[in-house]
Design a protein around this ligand. Structure first.
Ligand SMILES: *Cc1c(COP(=O)(O)O)cnc(C)c1O
Length: 412
């Protein structure tokens, strides 16, 4: 699917030099080559709903090109296919489906592979709205949903049943940053013929490649780092093989889900700088984490690249980098202290959708959205997104925030 480069300038099947590229090079050049689009560097925006044909024969044959040619805007335009091709290259997948949001990519993946009477295993650390999709929609369709602790590893075998169809995971998990031993789980799943899907939004395909670890579907909210500019929404589902790709494509079409070509263009543009941006997000996050670790009020830090993080060993084994999002656990803050901390922030902004160029800080309460709440998460959790600002300015902002909390504590 994603071998335009090979088709362009060499006979089919000849290995392309692109197969050997470093990731930084791949992000800059992923997707159709300029020669296939009049020399234009980024794929132009192709808007389309109706497609017309010259002859009745061409019209009658149009479904031969379903999902490859442009036959209806809903199934994809050149803009969607170009971005899909680029993301498939980065994920090392067979092919990618672009959806309207990360949330729709999750909902579509789940509805593609489980139905009435099926058993679904779900890691307890998934994104909150994904959990709501399970409880409010999928369970009503007669799917039996069972959560498991993120540290389950190979013991997942004991939860698998003859009707288990899918294991759905997110690593590191939302808010609590739990790392999952993906290779241990996919080994069990493959032996039992169970499919696996991973929400890979935090690491992006640059720093973790789920398909290389035996996963069948890698999901991303492209709204986050792939776009990188806090102004558009998109999702992706990348399949390990063509059969899974067609199933995902069919389910997206049946649900009428498609992506705006303009947003595809924006994400393709964002991809070009992904490697450079992530390097900076990672560097700043690591500086901030080390600073937080020295504050007496900080009880724990959840950032897989931090040596004291419980998931550090798995991260080091499976990931090639860390991004800008992490959690800081403090001694419980009173409501007044929470307000003093956040309301006075100057550079950090209060916002939840991370992955853009700006730094964010929000209070988080993971316990109510966990089947197995972990006692140490009951205190105040601050979720930080390290943006692209200078670390020294971010630290000054945080120093002032801690000073406000300390002043309140001294006066009470
Ligand atoms: C934001 C997010 C999503 C949802 O993506 P949207 O594009 O906002 O729908 C899914 N998973 C994770 C881990 C996220 O952080």
């Amino acid at each position: 699917m994603n071998d335009d480069r090979a088709r362009d300038d060499a006979p089919a099947k000849t290995p392309s030099p692109a197969d050997e590229w470093q990731e930084a090079t791949r992000t800059v050049h992923a997707g159709p080559r300029p020669s296939s689009q009049s020399g234009v560097i980024n794929p132009p925006v192709y808007r389309a709903s109706t497609i017309v044909y010259e002859t009745v024969d061409a019209y009658m044959d149009r479904h031969k090109g379903l999902y490859d040619d442009v036959i209806y805007g809903l199934y994809g335009t050149k803009s969607t296919y170009a971005l899909a091709e680029a993301i498939a290259e980065l994920e090392h997948g067979a092919a990618t489906v672009i959806t309207s949001s990360g949330t729709s990519a999750i909902a579509l993946t789940l509805s593609a592979f489980v139905g009435a009477g099926d058993h679904l295993l779900v890691a307890d650390c998934i994104y909150g709205p994904a959990r709501k999709f399970l409880s409010d929609i999928l369970s009503g369709f007669g799917v039996e949903i069972e959560y498991f602790k993120p540290d389950i590893a190979g013991s997942i075998a004991s939860l698998c049943r003859p009707n288990t169809k899918l294991i759905y995971m997110e690593t590191p998990g939302s808010q609590t940053f739990d790392l999952i031993d993906i290779p241990a789980i996919t080994e069990v799943a493959r032996a039992k013929g169970i499919l696996t899907a991973v929400d890979n939004t935090w690491a992006t395909p640059l720093y973790f490649k789920p398909l290389r670890h035996g996963v069948d579907v890698s999901i991303a909210s492209a709204t986050k780092y792939l776009s990188g500019h806090s102004d558009c929404l998109l999702g992706s589902m990348t399949a390990a093989n063509d059969e899974i790709y067609r199933q995902l494509k069919d389910v997206a079409a049946r649900w009428g889900n498609c992506a705006s070509p303009d947003d595809c263009y924006l994400v393709q543009r964002g991809l070009r700088t992904l490697d450079a941006r992530l390097e900076r997000h990672q560097r700043t996050a690591s500086t901030l984490v080390n600073w937080f670790a020295q504050q007496p009020e900080v009880k724990a830090i959840r950032y897989p690249a931090f040596a004291e993080d419980p998931g550090h060993a798995i991260w080091k084994r499976d990931f090639t980098g860390a991004t800008g999002l992490f959690g800081v656990q403090l001694d419980a803050l009173s409501d007044e202290e929470t307000r003093a901390f956040f309301n006075g922030l100057d550079i950090f902004q209060l916002g939840s959708s991370w992955g853009g160029f700006e730094s964010l800080a929000v209070p988080a309460w993971p316990a109510p959205i966990r089947a197995f709440p972990n006692g140490e998460q009951d205190g105040a959790l601050i979720r930080i997104h390290a943006g692209l600002e200078a670390a020294v300015d971010l630290i000054a902002d945080l120093e002032a925030a801690f000073a406000r909390v300390r002043a309140l504590r001294r006066s009470s």
